[in-house]
Design a protein around this ligand. Structure first.
Ligand code: PLP
Length: 427
C-alpha cells in the first residue's frame, strides 16, 4: 500500500523540481523516496504516516536544542504578536548583534542576512572590496552555499549527485575561485605563489562537514592563518555549521584561531531562515551604507527570525553545560556504532568532534575530499535504509554529518546503538 509520503512525493515531483526545495532532501543517493515530515518535538520527528523517528539531522544543524525548544517557541509566539516584518530597524537586531560581538572572538561587527549562502556571498564580496583583490582560495569538498563563485568542487549535495560543478555558472565566475586540497598546506602555498598579490581570501569550513566530517589536522588552521598574513589575504571561516555548535564562539574559540571574517547560518536562526557575516571592524566598515561594498536584504533581520535566533543563542550562552552534554552524547553514540560495526566486521572510519560525527564506510583514513570519496556509498545506503526502517533518521548521504542535540537522551542513543548492532550484520 502506498504511504502518504510516497503519495505526496508523487504529487511534489510534478510541480517542484525533483519534488523537493533542496536537492539532498530527495534521498536519491540512498535509493528511496523521502519522508514527508508533519511535525517534530524534542529529539523526534513524525512523518505524514504518523511514524516517529529519532532525529539525527536536526534540520541540518539549527535544532541544537531539539525541536520546539520552549524558549525558542515562546520567543517566536511573542514576536508574532508584534507583526511579521517592518523593513526597518528593530531592537532585537541590536540585541543579537551585541550578544554575538560580546561573546565571539574577533567578531567586532556583524550583518544579518537570510541564509548561509547569502552570508558567504557577502563575506567574499567584502573581502574583495577590502583587499582590492579578486581571487578566492577554497578547498575541494568544502561547501559554502550555492552562489556562482562557490560552486566549484563543492561538497555534499553536489558530491552525491556526482556533478563536480553546476551548469549555469559562467566560466568567468569560476575563474577567480582557486581550489586547494583540505589539510594540504602545500597546495595552498602553490596557489599563493601562482597568484601572488591577487588572492583576496582563503575560505574554509574550519571543520569540514559537507564531505562527511573531516577534521583539520593539528596546526592546519593556525598555519593557514599565518600564510594569509604573509600574503596579505584575509582568512574567512565558514562557520555555518560549526558556529555556536563546537562552542558558543564556534571553531574560532574551539581551536583558538581567529579569522578575519566569519559566516553563520543554521543555529543562528533557531530554525528560521537566517545567516550572518561578521568580523574585524575595519573590514565590516567597507559594507554599505558605511562603505562601497553593496549588500542589502528586504527581509534581513526579520523580527520573528531574530526572536528565534536570539532566544536560542541566549539559552546556549546561559547554559554552557549544553556543549559538554551534546559532545558526550555524540561520543557515546559513535562509540556504540563503531563497536556494532566492529562486531560485524564492517570497515569504518569514524570522526567525531563536539556534537558532529560521521561514519565513513571505508577502512582507510579520511582527511580530504579524495579520501572521503573512497567510502562505500552503496553500503552506506543499505545502513541508512535499515536504520530508517527501525526509526532512526540520519542524513540521507554518506557525505553529511550526524548532528546531536540537547534533547537526545541516553535511552534514544541506546536504542539506536542496539538496532545498529543488528543492522551492521546485514549490510
Ligand atoms: C549549509 C551551509 C551553507 C549554506 O547555507 P544555506 O542556509 O543552506 O544557504 C554554507 N556553508 C556551510 C558550511 C553550510 O553547511
Amino acid at each position: 500500500m502506498e504511504t502518504k509520503s510516497e503519495a505526496l512525493f508523487e504529487r511534489a515531483q510534478k510541480v517542484i523540481p525533483g519534488g523537493v526545495n533542496s536537492p539532498v532532501r530527495a534521498f536519491r543517493s540512498v535509493g528511496r523516496h523521502p519522508l514527508f515530515i508533519e511535525r517534530a518535538e524534542g529529539q523526534y520527528i513524525y512523518d505524514a504516516d504518523g511514524n516517529r523517528y529519532t532525529d539525527y539531522v536536526g534540520s541540518w544543524g539549527p535544532m541544537i536544542l531539539g525541536h520546539k525548544a520552549p524558549v525558542v517557541q515562546e520567543a517566536v509566539l511573542k514576536a508574532l504578536e508584534g507583526g511579521l516584518s517592518f523593513g526597518a530597524p528593530t531592537e532585537r537586531e541590536v540585541l543579537i548583534a551585541e550578544l554575538i560581538t560580546q561573546h565571539v572572538p574577533g567578531v567586532e561587527m556583524i550583518r544579518m542576512v537570510n541564509s548561509g549562502t547569502e552570508a558567504v556571498m557577502s563575506a567574499v564580496r567584502a573581502a574583495r572590496g577590502f583587499t582590492g583583490r579578486s581571487k578566492i582560495i577554497k578547498f575541494e569538498g568544502c561547501y559554502h552555499g550555492h552562489s556562482d563563485g562557490m560552486l566549484v568542487k563543492a561538497g555534499s549535495g553536489v558530491m552525491t549527485a556526482g556533478i563536480p560543478d553546476s551548469l549555469g555558472v559562467p566560466g568567468g565566475c569560476a575563474a577567480d575561485t582557486l581550489t586547494a586540497v583540505y589539510n594540504d598546506l602545500d597546495s595552498v602555498e602553490q596557489l599563493f605563489q601562482q597568484h601572488r598579490g591577487d588572492v583576496a581570501a582563503v575560505i574554509l569550513e574550519p571543520v569540514a562537514a559537507n564531505m562527511g566530517v573531516v577534521l583539520p589536522k593539528e596546526g592546519f588552521l593556525q598555519k593557514l592563518r599565518n600564510m594569509c598574513d604573509t600574503n596579505g589575504a584575509l582568512l574567512i571561516f565558514d562557520e555555518v555549521i560549526t558556529g555556536f555548535r563546537l562552542a558558543f564562539g564556534g571553531a574560532q574559540e574551539y581551536f583558538g584561531v581567529q579569522a578575519d571574517l566569519v559566516t553563520y547560518g543554521k543555529i543562528i536562526g533557531g530554525g528560521m531562515p537566517v545567516g550572518a557575516y561578521g568580523g574585524r571592524r575595519e573590514i565590516m566598515e567597507t559594507v554599505a551604507p558605511l562603505g562601497g561594498v553593496y549588500q542589502a536584504g528586504t527581509l534581513s533581520g526579520n523580527p520573528v527570525a531574530m526572536a528565534a535566533g536570539l532566544a536560542q543563542l541566549r539559552f546556549l550562552l546561559d547554559n554552557p553545560q549544553v556543549y559538554g552534554q551534546i559532545e558526550q552524547s555524540c561520543a557515546y553514540l559513535v562509540e556504540g556504532l563503531q563497536k556494532a560495526a566492529a562486531e560485524a566486521e564492517v570497515p569504518l572510519t569514524v570522526h567525531q568532534i563536539g556534537s558532529l560525527a560521521c561514519l565513513f564506510f571505508t577502512g582507510s583514513p579520511v582527511d580530504d575530499y579524495g579520501s572521503a570519496k573512497s567510502s562505500d556509498t552503496k553500503r552506506f545506503a543499505r545502513y541508512f535504509n535499515a536504520m530508517l526502517t527501525r526509526g532512526h533518521y540520519f542524513a540521507p548521504s554518506q557525505f553529511e554529518a550526524i548532528f546531536l542535540g540537547y534533547a537526545h537522551t541516553k535511552e534514544d542513543l541506546d536504542r539506536t546503538i542496539q538496532d545498529a548492532r543488528g543492522v551492521m550484520k546485514t549490510i
